[in-house]
Design a protein around this ligand. Structure first.
Ligand SMILES: O=c1ccn([C@@H]2O[C@H](COP(=O)(O)OP(=O)(O)O[C@H]3O[C@H](CO)[C@@H](O)[C@H](O)[C@H]3O)[C@@H](O)[C@H]2O)c(=O)[nH]1
Ligand SMILES: [Mn+2]
Length: 754
């Protein structure tokens, strides 16, 4: 690996690792040495040769299509033209994706240098946790996330944690109250024994025994945690907070007149006020802890997570006003208590830090099965793509696990002449907690944002189902850079969806949101022009164009099989030299993707599963994103945000752990998947019969590509046939869906071909 480190004199120069190590040992100019280094991945030439060879083949495929269009009246002319267009799209899309592979960079931080140089002179950090529904997002999970971030290795008086509750639930409030008490024992325990992860739930699930020198304490704290867990779960299960509990905190009075969580006054409760010296059991100051539920009115749109985040920005500016902001979803606990310091290494680097607006860490999940049944770990994105984007100005902001500079998130433009430093700010020590709460409440009423730039020029942007990506893009267009930091000890772990339907729904939101960005005024192509690098524009486009990829994929999965069934060839004969580029692209890109997947940690079966889910998303999730975007464009539909479920029944979980796909319902996506799945083997069998018995084996060569397509689609769909024909559990494909799909396949067969 080569090291591309930036030197104090402002030049970026290439050095070998050895030289840098020598420098480090000599302590040359300690105090000026960078707080992080950047490495470029080796072996680029090999990759570039591979990419060029694929590019060449893609061009040859297009040339073949253009030169051999069937004449007017000849069979398969329109199918041919359609295939040419689909291939052209795939080729074009493949070129875009090169931006994610061309120039991978990796960062390494020097936290020791940060500590020696800045000691305690560190900025305040405000951590925002968002939750929206106590049923879908159980309060015990939410507070585990809260506790994990309260226990960061960071001066506690500089740490403030805010929970935004869009569910407006007194059960969540109660859980947070319990957490504020438990924190007094938990935080000192974590720090004393340096335990990881600092989500107590996750920790006790993994740790079968405590530290040798603190077994007693470990047992005590485990018992405390279990008590709290029981209390919270029993309140959550009963659905009501009883009067005894209500008496414990005056904050519960906020719920006395509340009839529905969709209509209530603004609530801000400072449960721990770091200023007034609230202390843990060891006598250390506790981090500030705040509960917030913004005002809701039946007919007022609340802009989902973006609205919550903007409210958090304002409330926190009143209470702690940290210069740094960390945002996590309520299911994504911190799995590495050092990442604040890592983030600071980028922000506080004397040479480059002032350009950086946000540091995104990868999103990993702690419930992914061995062979990643639903392709949830998206490792090719977190281990490759984002390192590639980083080489062109920085990754996307993808929500959870992102550190922001407050100013850039608020919409400030980057100014080269005016370096913004991250410094500790004076907190308001004069006002009482009550004063702060009252002032903060006024900032989160429904009308507060009326006639302001909030949601537009200021804060997170409204109106897009992926508020994070569009906001990050506009920050980058404001001149800022971002950094992708992927530490060995994973920064955050969340909960990935465990049924096919949930996966498809989640991807519909993402692909729809991303597609809307490219159509919006913030399109990375037009708005981003001359503001971000071309590599980054291309990188954004790969995500923004997920949704339209569905059409050529549907076409490719349906048309070649049907034409095969009818004995019409749409590809060159295997003995023809035009066959070579097709064969080359298919084989080489598949091998490449397999090897890459194995390298980033997939099993071979995991790779195969990912191919399947990739197909299903394109067949049965992205088309709906396209459709809804069209409705939205003509003004019929409004944006929605379907929250991803974080709990599932034991039965569903059992199947998930056995890696059995949960089809489960007779939804339209399942019908599409089943139809495509049924079509391929039917075409394969009838087509082969026709070829072998009627037309003669000699024609096999002209049909080889179509046979392969049918074969691969059939193989990848084996779980579908099993779910239709063999399985008896509730996750199977209902019989009448199987019948519908058979009927639809027949219709596809009977349709007149061109
Ligand atoms: O009205 C809402 C809806 C959602 N949320 C919160 O937003 C977060 C993300 O929601 P989730 O259903 O878990 O969506 P995911 O698809 O898992 O989230 C990813 O994608 C979202 C954008 O679509 C980003 O906001 C997230 O940060 C990112 O992790 C959760 O903490 C929710 O509680 C709210 O606070 N208010
Ligand atoms: Mn989530």
């Amino acid at each position: 690996m080569q090291i591309l480190s930036h030197c104090p004199n402002g030049n970026r120069k290439l050095e070998t690792e050895k030289e840098l190590e020598q420098q480090r040992q000599m302590g040359v100019g300690e105090g000026k040495l960078p707080l992080f280094e950047t490495r470029v991945r080796k072996g680029r030439t090999l990759y570039q040769l591979y990419a060029l060879s694929v590019l060449l083949s893609i061009c040859m495929i297009s040339a073949y299509r253009a030169l051999h269009i069937p004449a007017d009246g000849e069979k398969g002319r329109w199918a041919w033209i359609g295939l040419s267009m689909a291939e052209f799209w795939f080729g074009f899309y493949w070129i875009l994706t090169q931006s994610l592979r061309w120039n991978l960079v990796y960062h390494h931080t020097f936290k020791n240098r940060l500590s020696t140089r800045y000691k305690d002179n560190l900025p305040g950090v405000d951590i925002f946790v968002c939750t929206a529904d106590p049923k879908i997002e159980p309060p015990i999970m939410v507070i585990n996330t809260v506790l994990s971030v309260m226990a960061y290795e960071y001066p506690t008086e500089k740490l403030s944690v805010y929970l935004s509750d869009d569910g407006g639930s007194d059960i969540t409030f109660y859980a947070l109250l319990e957490a504020s008490r438990f924190a007094k024992a938990w935080i000192p325990f974590c720090k004393k024994y340096k335990i990881e992860p600092r989500s107590p739930g996750a920790y006790f699930k993994e740790a079968s025994s405590g530290p040798d020198d603190g077994l007693r304490e470990w047992l005590d704290i485990k018992r405390l945690y279990e008590e709290m867990e029981n209390n919270i779960n029993s309140v959550a299960n009963s659905g009501v907070v009883n009067n005894d509990i209500r008496k414990q905190h005056k904050g519960f009075s906020e719920w006395s007149g509340m009839t529905t969580p969709r209509d209530h006054q603004p609530i801000v409760k400072i449960l721990i006020d770091g200023r007034d010296g609230a202390r843990d059991f060891e006598g250390n100051v506790l981090p500030t802890l705040v509960y917030m539920a913004r005002e809701k009115k039946q007919h007022r749109h609340h802009n989902f997570k973006a609205g919550a985040m903007n409210s958090l920005l304002r409330v926190s500016s009143e209470i702690s006003n940290g210069a740094l902001i960390l945002n996590v979803d309520c299911d994504m606990y911190s799995n590495n208590s050092e990442t604040i310091k890592d983030a600071l290494c980028f922000f506080m680097d004397e040479e480059k830090g002032h350009e950086v607006a946000f540091i995104q860490l990868p999103q990993h999940f702690n419930n992914v099965t061995k062979n990643d049944l639903y392709g949830n770990s998206i490792l090719s994105i977190s281990e490759i793509d984002f390192h590639g984007l980083d080489g062109y100005g920085g990754p996307l902001y993808i929500g959870s696990g992102c550190y922001h500079r407050r100013e850039s998130l608020l919409g400030k433009k980057y100014d080269q002449t005016h370096k913004l430093e991250l410094v500790a700010r004076e907190r308001d020590y004069k006002s009482t907690s009550l004063d702060l709460e009252e002032r903060a409440k006024n900032l989160i009423t429904c009308t507060f944002e009326d006639n302001t730039q909030w949601g537009n020029e200021v804060g997170l942007k409204y109106g897009c189902p992926v508020e994070d990506v569009i906001t990050g893009l506009s920050i980058q267009c404001n001149g800022w850079k971002s950094v992708y930091f992927n530490p060995r000890q994973r920064g955050f772990l969340g909960v990935a969806p465990v049924t096919l339907e949930q996966v498809l729904v989640q991807h519909k939101r993402w692909s729809e949101g991303d597609f809307q960005i490219i159509l919006s005024k913030y399109s990375p192509i037009s708005y981003g022009r001359n503001k971000i690098t071309i590599g980054l524009q291309m990188g954004y486009a790969t995500y923004c164009l997920w949704a339209p990829c569905s059409i050529p994929t549907l076409y490719y999965a349906i048309i070649p099989p049907i034409y095969f069934l009818h004995g019409i060839s749409l590809f060159p004969v295997a003995s023809d030299c035009w066959f070579l580029p097709f064969a080359y692209v298919i084989t080489v890109t598949s091998i490449y993707s397999l090897v890459e997947s194995l390298m980033v940690g997939y099993t071979a079966k995991g790779w195969w599963n990912e191919q399947r889910i990739w197909l299903y998303k394109r067949l049965a999730s992205y088309p709906f994103a396209l459709f809804d975007t069209a409705l939205k464009q003509i003004g019929i539909a409004k944006s929605a945000f379907v929250i991803t479920a974080k709990v599932a029944s034991d039965e569903v979980l059992q199947r998930y752990n056995k890696e059995i796909i949960e089809f489960g319902s007779a939804s339209v996506p399942v019908v599409i998947i089943a139809t495509v799945a049924v079509l391929s083997p039917v075409c394969l069998i009838i087509g082969l019969w026709r070829l072998l018995v009627v037309q003669g084996v000699g024609l096999m060569g002209s049909m080889l590509t179509q046979v392969i397509i049918c074969g691969v689609v059939t193989l990848i769909n084996l779980p579908v046939y099993e779910a239709m024909l063999v399985r008896q559990d509730a996750g199977r494909i209902p019989t009448f869906v199987a019948l519908i799909s058979l009927t639809l396949s027949y219709v596809a067969y009977a349709l007149p071909l061109d």
